[in-house]
Design a protein around this ligand. Structure first.
Ligand code: PMV
Length: 343
């Protein structure tokens, strides 16, 4: 086959146990687990044709993006061992997100997972060999990992782990492993409201961020903590213990930021309003006993997580007490999602 088109829609995810620190060929220094989102997705189309000199074109939301094109080129060149056919074609890739930029939603996770799925579909079209669904997804997760570590987890619906652990024999460093079949019903439609404290571009790229863990004075302590929180979180996802859930996600979020503050160079990615919102969330929880907790990505925005049945009360709380701390009062509502779709 000389040319063709494939397209996938793939979601972002929010890490409950954070991956922070990598080694070798994008292997994680500790296991992580995430919730796949429903509304925050990337839609990516890949057209392939005979190889030309300029072999990768990438357009994001209608505009050529040379930085991302370069990243894809490096990824494709690095994949030569696994996918010899990649270097034989030229690519025109277009992608768009359903969510606004720099909102604390990991766009590399959705974009890289969508691209990885497109590559796997393209390979099937070219070779005429169709993989079993599980094999197909595992391969996509492996390729997504090489593009962006956290993207490996976006391949699976609801919850997924990535990184070896003695607590979960199916877990691997090479690709993510689905965890949806083990979860307590409360987590099937868990809510994640993304509170937009600031939409300014991140001060530290995630590659530079992972690099801060090399020679970090607390690196080993962090990996021990992450391993133990990982094991605890798998138990929580099975049992539905929300007090423990909140304790662990908040501990992970603040550890991530603590590590960044302690790194050389050091970064403070939270804003004063992030801290104020955290105080208000904890007060609201103590007063109402509604099990609402927060997590953070490598940025100032807050992911507010809680069971669906508490949505009306949490909505009222956000509108009454938190909205004034948010940029233009903005927040995005998301929840546990069903994973990628071919489009
Ligand atoms: O996948 P990367 O390289 O963008 O790193 C993601 C790092 C965190 O978002 C902070 C944590 C995680 O596990 O998603």
């Amino acid at each position: 086959m000389k040319k063709g088109i494939v397209a996938w829609e793939s979601p972002s995810n929010i890490a409950l146990i954070k991956y922070w620190g990598k080694m070798g060929r994008q292997y994680p220094c500790n296991p992580s687990v995430s919730m796949t989102l429903k509304n925050a997705v990337s839609r990516t189309q890949l057209s392939f044709s005979e190889r030309k000199e300029k072999w990768i074109n990438f357009e994001f939301e209608g505009k050529e993006n040379l930085d991302f094109a370069k990243r894809i080129e490096t990824l494709f060149e690095g994949l030569n061992e696994e996918l010899l056919l990649l270097s034989q074609y030229s690519y025109s890739i277009t992608s768009e997100n359903t969510f606004p930029h720099s909102t604390g939603i990991a766009s590399s996770a959705s974009a890289m997972s969508a691209l990885a799925l497109c590559i796997c579909s393209m390979e099937e079209l070219i070779t005429g060999k169709k993989l079993e669904r599980d094999e197909f997804l595992q391969k996509a997760s492996f390729l997504a990992r090489l593009g962006s570590g956290s993207a490996s987890r976006s391949i699976y619906e609801s919850y997924a782990t990535w990184g070896k652990s003695s607590a979960f024999s199916k877990a691997s460093d090479d690709y993510a492993t689905p965890f949806s079949k083990y979860i307590h019903p409360i987590f099937k439609d868990y809510q994640d409201y993304i509170l937009l404290v600031s939409s300014k571009k991140k001060k530290v790229s995630s590659t530079a961020g992972h690099g801060l863990m090399k020679n970090h004075p607390f690196a080993q302590a962090r990996y021990d903590q992450a391993n133990s929180n990982f094991e605890r979180m798998l138990g929580i996802l099975r049992s539905g213990d929300l007090d423990d859930f909140i304790e662990v996600i908040e501990n992970e979020a603040l550890s991530l930021h603590g590590l960044m503050m302690n790194s050389t160079p050091s970064f403070t990615l939270m804003k004063p309003n992030t801290l104020e919102a955290i105080e208000l969330i904890r007060e609201f929880r103590n007063e109402t006993k509604i099990p609402v907790g927060f997590t953070l990505d490598a940025g100032p925005n807050i992911h507010l997580m809680f069971p669906k049945k508490d949505s009306v009360k949490v909505d009222a709380f956000v509108n009454k007490q938190l909205k004034e701390l948010l940029e233009d009062g903005r927040y995005l509502k998301d929840e546990t999602g069903f994973g990628p779709k071919q489009i």
